[in-house]
Design a protein around this ligand. Structure first.
Ligand code: BEZ
Length: 234
């Protein structure tokens, strides 16, 4: 029997190109998002509880992501009319954790052929042959994949964590730094980023105010929260 080849895009690669029908019309990905960050995420199925809680949460945060120069694009292997009916039900009927009348304004891709979900490794047969797992792809303004996170069907995502990942990626680019464990905007950053040559201590200690070296390979510097956000919000 011929085995189906499942492609899995990787960090640092160009985001696979596709054209798709969505609840907001046709999109060409990633070309339509050039110059902006975009989070492409999949969910297993419309009219399911975990996905509903996720959509309500993400839609409630959409303006916040937009102000971080980031658009959202959802996907499931359901059809367009299912998407439309589900999103209408969410808006008209569901009140959850203080969220109500939630309108999902970002595009939701219909992928009944599984063309896009297969291209992005969202169909993971060990979990399900018929539904996409909860995948999250962070694509940068030049169309490169910068972070990938996969969750199983039963686990709802933490959208504050997705926002933290986005801001950390943008901050790494804007200030040529890396972000330590559990970093939040306003916390110290790591200089120079991991993988640079030379010793961090030689190159940075004493050259910039506030730089602190714990050893030759591990130096940090402060960066106020306001500067983190000023660099993002153009
Ligand atoms: C949910 O979103 O609730 C769900 C979807 C597919 C499988 C399990 C849970």
């Amino acid at each position: 029997m011929e085995q189906e080849i499942i492609s899995m895009p990787r960090i640092g690669e160009d985001a696979p190109i596709f054209t798709a029908v969505t609840t907001q019309g046709i999109i060409n990905f990633p070309a339509d998002y050039k110059g902006r960050w975009v989070i492409l995420f999949s969910h297993p199925a419309d009219f399911t509880p975990v996905c509903t809680s996720e959509f309500m949460t993400f839609a409630s945060m959409e303006e916040e992501f937009k102000s971080l120069n980031c658009d959202l694009v959802g996907l499931s292997v359901d059809g367009l009319y299912s998407h439309i009916a589900w999103l209408r039900t969410i808006k008209e009927k569901i009140e959850y954790k203080g969220m109500k009348d939630v309108e999902v304004k970002f595009p939701l891709i219909e992928d009944i052929t599984m063309e896009v979900s297969k291209k992005y490794g969202m169909i993971q047969p060990g979990e399900s042959n018929t539904k996409a797992v909860r995948a999250v792809f962070f694509v940068d303004p030049v169309g490169k994949i910068r972070t990938i996170i996969y969750y199983p069907l039963s686990l709802g995502r933490n959208f504050e964590e997705l926002k933290r990942v986005l801001i950390a990626l943008q901050t790494a680019d804007n200030f040529n730094v890396a972000t330590p464990a559990d970093w939040q905007p306003g916390d110290d950053l790591i200089v120079p980023p991991a993988g640079s040559c030379g010793t961090a201590k030689d190159r940075v200690e004493g050259k910039e105010p506030g730089v602190k070296c714990y050893d030759w390979f591990f130096c940090t510097k402060p960066l106020p929260k306001e500067q983190v956000f000023k660099a993002i919000k153009k």
